[in-house]
Design a protein. Structure first.
Length: 132
């Protein structure tokens, strides 16, 4: 059994997110903790640039996926948490560089918060993937 993407008639059909996803009962799930714009030394890549922090957070996310034998196409749920002042468009452009023209996108939720545990963070991305 495989992942089933649900996009009912009469609802917006987005190339960026799915309306719902049914997970296989025998699927192995990978829970990916919130990834920020930090490098391997734990340093924030740029305290003021949401695009650079998003690119780094996505690179970190992909490293976790790769370590589990998965790819970006295995994501079924992504939660994007943005600092109140962050420009979503710049982060979205970075996401599209990674996602490309893949079909069957994950479900996506995005939130805005007044701040993070580290005041230099502008974004955090957590995700759920189904492993093959």
């Amino acid at each position: 059994m495989s992942v089933e993407h649900i996009n009912p008639e009469g609802m917006y059909q987005s190339p960026i997110f799915s309306q719902g996803i049914i997970l296989p009962s025998n699927g192995r799930l990978l829970l990916i903790g919130g990834q920020n714009g930090t490098n391997a030394k734990g340093q924030v890549v740029d305290k003021t640039d949401i695009a650079k922090q998003t690119a780094q957070a996505l690179a970190n996310l992909q490293k976790v996926l790769e370590a589990a034998g998965a790819t970006i196409k295995d994501l079924v749920k992504v939660t994007i948490i943005l600092h109140n002042d962050a420009d979503l468009r710049a982060g979205f452009a970075e996401w599209m560089k990674v996602w490309g023209k893949n079909t069957n996108p994950p479900t996506v939720t995005s939130l805005r918060v007044p701040g993070f545990a580290n005041p230099d963070f502008l974004i955090e991305i957590e995700a759920l993937a189904v492993l093959k």
